[in-house]
Ligand binder design. Structure first.
Ligand SMILES: *[C@@H]1O[C@H](CO)[C@@H](O)[C@H](O)[C@H]1NC(C)=O
Ligand SMILES: *[C@@H]1O[C@H](CO)[C@@H](O)[C@H](O)[C@H]1NC(C)=O
Ligand SMILES: *[C@@H]1O[C@H](CO)[C@@H](O)[C@H](O)[C@H]1NC(C)=O
Ligand SMILES: *[C@@H]1O[C@H](CO)[C@@H](O)[C@H](O)[C@H]1NC(C)=O
Length: 268
């Protein structure tokens, strides 16, 4: 991986699911980097031979939730046609990996599907106008599945992903949870399919991740930057996180696939 992206900036753009994919990549490559030769900074990114960066943009387009650490979760205002503030940073990257999904699905009072479509079109137009396909490569990660309702894989039950220790057993046909919206899937497929000048590699990781009801952080994570208290941990119904993934875990697999794509284009 370090040879493949030597001298390059690899930028992961999206929400906290994307942040864990970035962390997964950092964990996997750091074993190969001598201690004195690695650095980890918040802002600004430091130039080194290889730079892996994470850029917080939960909606990809601009929103009032764009501050990396101080952002609102419950009140959301998204500017569906504004992207240039983010784009100014993205332009500098050699490899861009995008993702945006779960923030759109949080109790939307509007047609989130339509809003998502408009935002993705803004993003696609930005790519066409700003990306140099000879120098830069662009990836888009499909939605990361959630396991918020245990009735989906165990009919009649009333829990979530807490206490799950095995993946979903495939029962004749591939398992697909209701959290993974196929309309959104089709929108992103259409938008990427219509690009003319820039090619985006769509990494369709949803199906392979759907089975992993056992892979989430549940009560062993944090909320608002703080580890859950014992009391919160004993209340998984309210506090289990069934959106984010443990590391090592599922995001490592996504990165193995990303690595395979990068290696392939490096060799050719
Ligand atoms: C976080 O953002 C809000 C709204 O912009 C602001 O009032 C507050 O001072 C900020 N807090 C910190 C710690 O920066
Ligand atoms: C929301 O927008 C999508 C995409 O334009 C459309 O297919 C769907 O019918 C709309 N839904 C509602 C309830 O208006
Ligand atoms: C989780 O599993 C443990 C051990 O099997 C059990 O004692 C506990 O009741 C389970 N909790 C829930 C919420 O299912
Ligand atoms: C991604 O994979 C799923 C499941 O295999 C499939 O239903 C969907 O159409 C694919 N999406 C795109 C845009 O190709």
């Amino acid at each position: 991986m370090l040879d493949v992206v030597r001298g390059k900036r690899v930028m992961f753009v999206g929400d906290s699911v994307m942040r864990s994919q970035f962390e997964s990549m950092v964990c996997m490559v750091q074993a190969a980097v001598p201690r004195g030769a690695r650095s980890f900074d918040r802002v600004p990114p430091r130039e080194w031979d290889v730079t892996l960066e994470y850029y917080w943009a939960p909606f990809i387009v601009e929103s009032i939730s764009d501050h990396a650490t101080n952002h609102t979760v419950h009140k959301r205002l998204v500017s569906l046609d504004a992207i240039d503030k983010h784009g100014a940073t993205w332009k500098e990257a050699d490899v861009l990996v995008f993702e945006s999904y779960v923030w759109w699905m949080h109790k939307p009072f509007i047609n989130a599907t339509y809003a998502y479509k408009v935002a993705m079109e803004t993003w696609a137009n930005w790519l066409e106008a700003n990306i140099n396909p000879r120098r830069q490569s662009v990836f888009f990660m499909s939605m990361s599945p959630t396991h918020l309702w245990s009735w989906e894989w165990r009919p009649g039950s009333d829990g979530n992903c807490f206490n799950e220790t095995y993946p979903v057993e495939p029962a004749g046909r591939p398992y697909w949870g209701t959290g993974s919206n196929l309309q959104i899937m089709n929108i992103i497929g259409d938008v990427i399919g219509r690009l003319r000048r820039v090619k985006v590699t769509f990494m369709n990781i949803t199906q392979l991740s759907e089975y992993r009801k056992d892979g989430h952080t549940t009560v062993y994570g944090e909320r608002k930057g703080k580890l859950l208290t014992g009391e919160q941990r004993s209340d998984p119904k309210n506090f289990a996180d069934c959106i984010h993934w443990c590391l090592p875990g599922v995001p490592d697999t996504w990165n193995h696939i990303l690595y395979a794509y990068l290696l392939h284009s490096y060799r050719s």
